[in-house]
Design a protein around this ligand. Structure first.
Ligand SMILES: Cc1ncc(COP(=O)(O)OP(=O)(O)O)c(N)n1
Ligand SMILES: Cc1ncsc1CCOP(=O)(O)O
Ligand SMILES: [Mg+2]
Length: 237
């Protein structure tokens, strides 16, 4: 099955100021949803459909942790068509080989997973490969030089989804967006309420799990409210 190609890129629109200097216009931050670590597939499918109806979503990552392979495969076969029909990139967490076998759009790998070059070899040049960089500029530079499609920083806030996290500061987002072309993803405890600082500091993507699936008004309203917040913040940048 061909890997659907959904670009995760940061292309700066250039507009020329009166003085003839180039002023980059900020491309709006986009949502990158992550599944809960464990799901009831029928009820999560409903929530996933609602989230997709709520507005713009760039990417979804299936992140079933320590679950049997057949459960991951069944979930992917149910959710991937929904994502790709909505032009949402479908990524698998941790497992490049399974991502390729499923025809996913890409894979996310952390520092304790398969090394980047081996993952890229498996999924190929057209797939999305994202890399966990925690709060490390070194890891981000290394991943960017290796050709990662995005670098992920976090956790920026306490997470109810992942226990062991390394806290990151928003400064790393402004450092990254000012220095390297590789898109940067912010992750960890992100909500509509605490996300403005991440958008202001240059996050290209907000990677969110509980902030959408546990949102008081439901996942559809969560996606709507995240996008309204992004539009409001970007308008002031
Ligand atoms: C977008 C994104 N960023 C970071 C992670 C964390 O990956 P990792 O460090 O490998 O930890 P696990 O998610 O595997 O527990 C991620 N999955 N996605
Ligand atoms: C996978 C991952 N990596 C750092 S925090 C996190 C969990 C993100 O979920 P939430 O948005 O619910 O904190
Ligand atoms: Mg991992």
């Amino acid at each position: 099955m061909p890997l659907a190609t959904v670009n995760i890129t940061r292309e700066w629109n250039r507009s020329t100021s009166m003085q003839g200097q180039e002023l980059p216009e900020r491309i709006p931050t986009r949502l990158y949803l992550i599944s809960p670590a464990e799901i009831d597939l029928d009820s999560f499918e409903t929530a996933f459909k609602e989230a997709l109806e709520g507005g713009d979503v760039a990417c979804f990552q299936l992140r079933l942790k320590d679950r049997p392979r057949d459960e991951i495969v069944t979930a992917a076969k149910r959710l991937m068509p929904l994502a790709q029909a909505a032009n949402v990139a479908f990524l698998l967490n941790d497992d490049p080989q399974l991502a390729r076998e499923l025809g996913a759009d890409g894979v996310h790998i952390g520092q304790d997973d398969m090394p980047f070059k081996a993952a890229r070899e498996i999924v190929g040049a057209n797939a999305i490969v994202g890399v966990t960089c925690k709060n490390s500029k070194h890891l981000a530079m290394q991943a960017a030089e290796n050709g990662a499609d995005y670098v992920a920083f976090g956790a920026f806030f306490p997470s109810t989804t992942k226990d062991e996290t390394t806290r990151a500061d928003v400064d790393i987002l402004s450092w990254c967006s000012g220095l390297i072309e590789t898109p940067c993803v912010a992750i960890g405890g992100i909500t509509v309420e605490n996300a403005p600082a991440l958008v202001k500091n240059g996050a290209d993507f907000l990677s969110v799990s509980a902030g959408v699936w546990n949102y008081k008004a439901g996942p559809k309203q969560a996606v709507r409210d995240f996008n309204r917040m992004i539009d409001k913040v970007i308008a002031t940048c």
